[in-house]
Design a protein around this ligand. Sequence first.
Ligand SMILES: Cc1ncc(C[n+]2csc(CCOP(=O)(O)OP(=O)(O)O)c2C)c(N)n1
Length: 307
Amino acid sequence: MTEPSREPKPQSRASASPPEASLSSSPQPLAAGALAALAQRLRRQVIRMTAQAASGHPGGSLSATDIIATLYFGGVLRHRPKEPKWEGRDRFILSKGHAAPALYAALAEAGYFPQAELATLRQLGSRLQGHPDMTLTPGVEMSAGSLGQGLSFGIGMALAGRLDARPYRVYILLGDGECDEGQVWEAAMAAAHFRLDHLTAMVDRNQQQIDGWTKDVMNLEPLADKWRAFGWEVIEADGHNLAQLQAAFSQAQSVVGKPAVIIAHTIKGKGVSFMENNPKFHGTAPRGDEVAQALAELGADPSERWP
Ligand SMILES: Cc1ncc(C[n+]2csc(CCOP(=O)(O)OP(=O)(O)O)c2C)c(N)n1
């Protein structure tokens, strides 16, 4: 495959991102049924990982799982799991780093590291720490955990791609509670100022944060209008409808001259009845009978390998 030239080319503020030519693609997107089944498998891994670690953040991992599954397996990201540092890859930044279990499950599924490693979540010496570490884990683009930083980091990557004339795209997943951070809005201003149309933010709009409902902690509404006022194209989608998510990503890719944000309406703890909208499972792992019930509700497959 021919890599795009590294020759820097002059860019004016008005210029859009580099042309989307000459990038090799990710594997073919999965068909709808297979993608849905895969997303459920990732959810089961989130349950097993956090249960085994006896700690972690299942709620915000389960709300983000369909978004992450669509990125990696729904034909959005161009990436090479066997060549994680391939310079032409699209970048995915999990800014809400506490949802690391969902990211790790997807990376293992894609082949960045063995599935068996998922069982080492949060152990001393493991490559899979409680929050993503870009120095340890293949496929992790940014060390995250301190909320509010991912959009700024992604802007740096997007500007670097423009300077290097590399036509990769940058995707950043934010929590809605994370949007309480002032740094998010400074970054939102900057991304619009620099017309970063090769950058897409996603907000996991599950309406909850660590202490409960976002409307009670810090009301974000009207959230779409806020992003619009900051100069962004706003796309809203049901964050658990994979076809809608795929359509939202392709709409975001077609936006010219400004960044796009996908507000993905989700449910914290999605797929497990006693976790849905239950703030207890923001940062508490399932245990005992809860694990069996969660796996059953997520369509447990007895033949599934664990670890
Ligand atoms: C700067 C910073 N402050 C506080 C925390 C502690 N914290 C971890 S998760 C969380 C709630 C985040 O809510 P949201 O972004 O909505 O995540 P989700 O509900 O999707 O899990 C908080 C406050 C943190 N990680 N970083």
